[in-house]
Write a protein that binds this ligand. Structure first.
Ligand code: SF4
Length: 294
């Protein structure tokens, strides 16, 4: 009989837990009648979490211009740039900062490089909120974003430049290492610290998936929203480790639509922003589907 194992660790990381708690606390705090609590961008990249907060009255905005003067705004776990903080102060907004400490560590590193006039390379996706916030810590012209090893040679910097590297916290562990190697090959004076690697939660969840596959796991289902970088990386990690099947599902409808191949050992995991109750429900349904697929 085929089996479905729950891969550990999975689900909420410490940064997401803290951000969600901060959001519920803000919503529960007394405030004048009718006054809303705003959140700049998605608090975390999970539609269920966002929908739950919307149902409790949180208003998600894409820019501070949408927030009335003097209102309360939450900054998400992904962090914001200093320019956003300044704009919030200029508009008299009350801010609640849910930036994850591991993202703050990356910001600190960028500020330190910038203070010494060292250009910074961010390994990451330019359209991700976290990368936009991180990039804002360096002066314009002093920060470069690369999302693949092939980008290294095209950087408009002298080959003998001293360069500081940091990374988006939710990339693939191997992808970051390959970008660092490519950068070092072009720029021998590349500097890296812990801020040039993924965070512990991303690393541990990817390692758990790799270990599962290397110990005989054949198929991996990753639960989480498509916007979640670490969720997408978990599916890629499974395939890179040799899984014969890997798929993502963010809703019960997507779980229902999965076409599972007739394999013997499946695993289920979830991204760092995926609520545990969803994993419990999805795993129960997946077990039924897996038994039928034999
Ligand atoms: S994935 Fe890592 S950096 Fe992002 S919120 Fe979680 S612990 Fe923080």
């Amino acid at each position: 009989m085929p089996v479905l194992r729950i891969i550990e660790p999975h689900g909420f990381c410490s940064g997401v837990k803290a951000a969600v708690e901060a959001a519920f606390k803000a919503l529960a705090a007394p405030r004048p009648d009718g006054e809303k609590v705003y959140c700049l961008h998605e608090l975390v990249h999970n539609a269920m979490v966002v929908d739950e907060l919307v149902s409790r009255g949180m208003v998600f905005v894409q820019s501070l211009a949408e927030v009335p003067r003097g209102a309360t705004v939450l900054f998400s776990a992904h962090g914001v740039s200093p320019a956003v903080r300044e704009e919030a102060a200029a508009r008299g907004l009350r801010t609640i900062d849910a930036t994850c400490p591991f993202v703050m560590r990356v910001h600190r590193e960028v500020r330190a490089y910038a203070a010494r006039g060292i250009p910074v390379v961010i390994a990451g996706n330019a359209s991700h909120d976290e990368v936009a916030g991180t990039a804002g810590e360096a002066p314009a012209g002093g920060v470069f974003i690369v999302d693949s090893p092939g980008d290294a040679a095209a950087l408009p910097l002298p080959r003998d430049s001293e360069i500081g590297m940091v990374a988006q916290t939710t990339l693939g562990t191997g992808d970051v290492e390959r970008i660092a190697s490519a950068l070092r090959a072009v720029f021998p004076r590349l500097r890296t610290t812990d801020a040039a690697s993924v965070c512990y939660a991303t690393r541990d969840r990817q390692k758990a998936v790799t270990d599962f596959v290397l110990s005989g796991g054949q198929g991996v289902i990753v639960l989480g929203s498509p916007a979640s970088s670490n969720t997408r990386r978990l599916a890629e990690t499974a395939l890179a480790a040799g899984a014969r099947f890997a798929a993502r599902a963010g809703t019960m409808e997507e779980v229902e639509a999965l076409e599972l191949p007739p394999l013997e050992v499946f695993g289920v995991t979830s991204g760092a922003s995926t609520p545990e109750p969803f994993l419990v429900s999805a795993a129960a349904r997946l077990r039924e589907k897996i038994e039928k697929a034999v």
